[in-house]
Ligand binder design. Sequence first.
Ligand code: GLV
Ligand code: MG
Length: 329
Amino acid sequence: MTVQPPPGASQDAARLRPRRSCMAVPGSNPRFLEKAQGLPADQVFLDLEDACAPLAKPEARHTIVKYLNEGDWSGKTRVVRVNDWTTEWTYRDVTTVVEGAGAHLDCLMLPKVQDAGQIHALDLLLTQIEKTMGYEVGRIGIEAQIENARGLVNVDEIAGASPRLETIVFGPADFMASINMKTLVVGEQPPGYPADAYHYILMRILMAARTHDLQAIDGPYLQIRDVDGFREVAGRSAALGFDGKWVLHPGQVDAANEVYSPSQEDYDHAELILDAYAHYTSEAGGKKGSAMLGDEMIDEASRKMALVVSGKGRAAGMRRTTSFQPPEA
Ligand code: GLV
Ligand code: MG
């Protein structure tokens, strides 16, 4: 079954949302809900799933509605993680939160996604609520967490299941449990394996995400006092092309923002390539298909690579420190 794009889906804007640091905030904890508002995280997600005890969930739904409506989340993407479809909680999570605070919510995160049908179900429920409440249909996005073997095997169909999808998110803790990986330290390499045990999983998620023009987000690192360890693990997924990572503690926010932003040098270089390419392909620059920028040959493929880096830098608010000077004619 293919769900048709809802009218008015503002996907381009959604795709450009910065998500270098995605802060997990337990929905049942008002102290954390207060504190998170002042942190420089790109995204917050208010959690009704695993950071929220089963008996606390009903009240946490209302606490989240209150904090979404009354809090100051400016500059942040606002997400709520609901419970997965195998529980009895999902529909009430969605109806309570979206009916109560849909106007102040950007996305729902669906955990433990196993197939495209689970995304369709959330898409349809959201559409009904949007129509009932008079909200713009299709504005609220979906983030899909891949947290078990079945989800990973089906990740391509999941990533293409709805135009509401904005990101595919790796959930390492549940995933490691699902495949019996032999370590309890989330995100760290299992002892005795000589290569990167996460490479295949991360690449699989990244390919599915990019195939459907979605962002790819890495999951949590639970040793919250070990910021160097966080940087190292984040550096691996950033190097592959991931857009950001969960943060569980204020101490991880700056590190994530830095690791998933381009360096100043790369950002300047990307902007130079874009300017130089625009010049050389123009009438004034000789309508060339490829040209030299210093010692480097640039062409259309260089422009595409530069666009990615410059897009990330601009989204992160970076300023260029160099400018392109066309050679004298
Ligand atoms: C996050 O939800 C995880 O399971 O790592
Ligand atoms: Mg999980």
